[in-house]
Design a protein around this ligand. Structure first.
Ligand code: GDP
Length: 451
């Protein structure tokens, strides 16, 4: 379930808000600051979603001058653990220095925040709430925890934020594929594509993987029969389904031995698969045709493993390895650290290492980084290397979320975030891949400008 924390200086109405959202009446609400002393948690249904609501009232009851210290000590935990924050100010009394201190602390943490101007009953209340724009946390939502004004909007806003960016993976109506457990995944076959140029050894490799001569291959084109719905259990015990049977079809005529695997068939296979095995002929190295296929896989967001085939026939293995490394570094920066498995489909030597490598990259491709961990990384990334100036003004990136995996996708929010230059994006992608150990996995970045 998504966790939503209510933060704000004492006496702005956090507990009343908590009570109204959880449907409780019993908690102590008092006008004296600091009455509610413990952090409370409760189940609530907000915007149609089951969430855990955390009330931090009482965590920051120190005198105003020590608030930053107190907040760091106590509210930080609530903040870190939360997927979304409701930051509450008091529209009736107006903003205080504590609100400003609190807001700038929040901004520094780059977390998803909805700004609530509480005690904003009626029209005057709504008008007063506008002052909270000053806090730089977006448009304030006028509400009254006591009377219930603005709660329809609040529910909608929470639902929208959870769904769009913050925690779609935690919502119950989430797309089944996204919610899948490791267990479910194991039971369902992994969809594998075997791609590569003609004669790289794709059919031979498939035979080796299947462990029996299910397909007939040979130097004479035309011998490969169409294979339909090839499915098997690999040595890791998981099921695998081959998706690109059409791509393995051979042309019927001898003189077309050099024909290229059609781009259309490759794209179709890549769209359908989860992991693509790119088969290279180690004797020929990686050429433009292979690179094109690798880039297509990247574009489709697929995890890729390279099968460096015909290893048995390679004379200088070090040179072959180095040659491939060079091409990968120079031309496939996006797939940095991609797994390369040297093998011989013909002799089956090394073939047993392919599926474990596929499973490994598949797991990374499915990986989600929890929001808290992600934002600690993000903060660190921004400190190490400041976002650039655009048009003379520094871009302010506030926080990020990981709305989906398969492939890993991060959404970055900030003022004019959409203007983030390509090289900074690349810096973030590479750092992300290194930090969370996702070599060979394409990582996507979405930029969301906020006001
Ligand atoms: P495809 O077009 O990618 O499906 O390639 P095939 O599987 O039909 O293989 C093309 C040719 O390469 C055939 O003559 C195979 O016998 C040969 N071949 C495949 N794998 C290996 C290997 O590991 N070592 C060697 N020496 N030859 C191989």
């Amino acid at each position: 379930k998504p966790r939503i924390a209510i933060l704000g200086r004492p006496n702005v109405g956090k507990s009343s808000l908590f009570n109204r959202l959880t449907g409780r009446r019993t908690a102590i609400v008092d006008d004296t600051p600091g009455v509610t002393r413990d952090r409370k948690e409760g189940d609530a249904r907000i915007g149609g979603h089951d969430v855990v609501l955390v009330d931090t009232a009482g965590l920051e009851e120190a005198p105003p001058d020590t608030i930053p210290g107190r907040m760091r000590a106590s509210s930080e935990t609530a903040l870190r653990e939360a997927d979304l924050i409701l930051f509450v100010v008091d529209a009736r009394s107006g903003l205080t220095p504590s609100d400003h201190a609190f807001a700038s602390w929040l901004r520094k943490h780059n977390r998803p925040v909805i700004l609530l101007a509480n005690k904003a009953e009626g029209r005057t209340g709504a008008a007063r709430s506008l002052e909270a724009y000053e806090l730089g946390l977006g448009a304030p939502l006028p509400v009254s925890a006591e009377h219930g004004d603005g709660f329809g909007e609040l529910h909608d806003e929470v639902a929208e934020r959870l769904k769009a960016d913050v925690a779609p993976h935690l919502l119950e109506e989430d797309d089944e594929e996204e919610l899948d457990t490791e267990e479910k995944r194991r039971r369902r076959p992994l969809r594998l594509a075997i791609v590569g140029r003609p004669n790289a050894g794709k059919s031979t490799l498939l035979n080796a993987l299947l462990g029996e001569e299910r397909m007939i291959t040979g130097p004479e084109p035309g011998l490969t029969r169409d294979a339909v719905a090839v499915e098997w259990t690999d040595e890791t015990g998981g099921k695998v389904r081959l998706v690109d049977t059409a791509g393995l079809r051979k042309k019927a005529r001898v003189h077309e031995g050099l024909e290229q695997m059609s781009t259309g068939a490759t794209i179709a296979a890549l769209k359908e698969c989860e992991v693509a095995v790119l088969v290279l002929d180690a004797n020929l190295g990686m050429d433009e045709q292979d690179l094109r296929i690798a880039r297509l896989a990247e574009r489709e967001g697929r995890a890729v493993v390279i099968a460096l085939n015909k290893w048995d026939a390679v004379e200088d293995r070090n040179a072959a390895r180095r040659g491939l490394e060079d091409v990968l570094t120079a031309s496939l920066a996006q797939m940095r650290g991609i797994t390369v498995v040297p093998l011989s489909a013909a002799t089956r030597k090394g073939v047993d290492r392919l599926m474990p490598a596929v499973r490994e990259v598949y797991a990374r491709w499915n990986k989600r980084v929890p929001t808290g961990e992600l934002n600690r990384w993000f903060e660190n990334a921004l400190t190490r290397h400041q976002p650039p100036l655009v048009g003379g003004k520094r871009l302010k990136l506030r926080y990020c979320t990981m709305p989906k995996a398969r492939p890993p996708t991060i959404a970055i929010f900030g003022t004019r975030a959409e203007l983030l230059p390509e090289d900074y994006r690349r810096y973030l992608v590479n750092l992300f891949r290194d930090t969370f150990d996702m070599p060979g996995v394409p990582v996507r970045i979405n930029l969301r400008g906020t006001t």
